[in-house]
Ligand binder design. Structure first.
Ligand code: APR
Length: 240
């Protein structure tokens, strides 16, 4: 059995953060050199920022979107996809990340609670689309053809994350909750460990350094996601 204790693990929830994509070359948010070191999130990742300076927000998200074509999934993404494929029980993957590296790493089921960078949301018709290249206020919606309505399909500060009902149902039913590569500073994701624990789940944090909510986890493995996740998946698939 994995180094948890003798209860069987049949239902796993995995929460990932930017640290899972770091070894692919995508900047995290709060590490040295992170996105929020060079940008004030309140000036770029809120509905008010978008209303105040849409051109700045389009530039920021178009640049991040272009970067996706330069990076590839890493062994952490592949380890999670392997667990989803081979684990006998249920594995629910919820990510704070807006990149598509879990999908490109082989995961078929990915719950993007903060949205998806490749997609745009049309505020005129509510449609979601994947534009071929960069977009801005002049780009007509591929669906309703209205100009000026397209925004990044990314959840901004002050907005409700997506799929919370589904996530909370998973947290209430899982035997093991694992958080990987997240600083544990942004809610509601940072509180998921407490919700899972309250329903009796075992909990594990995998991170390069202790996260802000580290003390809420029952188990900790410090190190790189690519190394730690590969080892943990071997243990979980071997049944311990
Ligand atoms: N392996 C494991 N952990 C890593 C690695 C790695 N290779 N590289 C970095 N980390 C860890 C860092 O130590 C840090 O704790 O990943 C964490 C990244 O933290 P953040 O940059 O805060 O990213 P995240 O927790 O995903 O941010 C959550 O904040 O700004 C919002 O919407 C944004 O989804 C994001 C949310």
């Amino acid at each position: 059995m994995p180094a948890f204790n003798d209860r069987s693990i049949g239902h796993i929830v995995i929460l990932t953060g930017a640290g899972v994509s770091a070894e692919s070359g995508l900047a995290t948010f709060r590490d040295a050199g992170g996105l929020w070191e060079n940008h004030d999130p309140m000036e770029i990742a809120t509905p008010e920022a978008f209303a105040r300076d849409p051109a700045l927000v389009y530039r920021f998200y178009n640049a991040r979107r272009e970067k996706l074509d330069e990076v590839t999934p890493n062994d952490a993404h592949r380890a999670i996809a392997r667990l989803q494929r081979e684990f006998a029980g249920e594995v629910f993957l919820v990510t704070q990340n807006v990149d598509d590296l879990h999908e490109r790493g082989g995961s078929d089921q990915v719950c993007h609670m903060h949205g998806e960078l490749r997609q745009v949301l049309c505020e005129a018709c509510g449609g979601r689309h994947i534009p071929a290249g960069a977009y801005n206020q002049e780009t007509p919606c591929p669906g309703c053809h209205v100009r000026g309505g397209l925004r990044p399909d990314v959840v901004w500060f002050g907005e409700m994350p997506y799929h919370m009902d589904c996530i909370e149902a998973q947290l209430s039913a899982c035997d093991l909750f694992i958080a990987v590569g997240t600083s544990g500073q942004v809610y509601p994701a940072a509180g998921f460990v407490r919700q899972a624990s309250a329903f009796g789940a075992q909990t594990m944090a995998i991170n390069r350094e202790p996260s802000d909510n580290s003390s809420w986890f029952g188990h900790h493995r410090q190190g790189l996601a690519t190394e730690q996740l590969g080892q943990l998946v071997e243990e979980l698939l071997a049944g311990g």
